[in-house]
Design a protein around this ligand. Structure first.
Ligand code: SF4
Ligand code: SF4
Length: 71
C-alpha cells in the first residue's frame, strides 16, 4: 500500500500539497511547530494511491512517496 513521509524539517506549511492531493489525505497541523510553521500531516493512508501529486508540487521537496509499504 502506498504512503508518504513528510519531512517536518523541510515543510514550510504552504499548503500546496493539501490542494494537490486528489484524495484530500494531507492537511495542515492545527498547531505550529517550534519554527512557527503549521506543517503538513498525512491522514488516512488506506486511500493513498501513490500518485505523487503532493510530492511533485512541494516547493521544499519535503514529501517522499513510497509505492509499497516496506516498513
Ligand atoms: S501520493 Fe497522491 S494520493 Fe497519496 S497523499 Fe500524495 S497526492 Fe495524495
Ligand atoms: S507543499 Fe511541501 S512545504 Fe508546502 S505544506 Fe506541503 S509538504 Fe509543506
Amino acid at each position: 500500500m502506498p504512503y508518504i513521509i513528510i519531512d517536518e524539517e523541510r515543510c514550510k506549511g504552504c499548503g500546496l500539497c493539501t490542494v494537490a492531493c486528489p484524495k484530500k489525505l494531507v492537511s495542515l497541523n492545527d498547531q505550529p511547530n517550534a519554527l512557527g510553521y503549521t506543517v503538513a500531516v498525512f491522514n488516512n493512508q488506506e486511500n493513498c494511491t501513490g500518485c505523487c501529486f503532493c510530492a511533485e508540487i512541494c516547493p521544499d521537496v519535503a514529501i517522499t512517496v513510497f509505492k509499497e509499504d516496506l516498513r
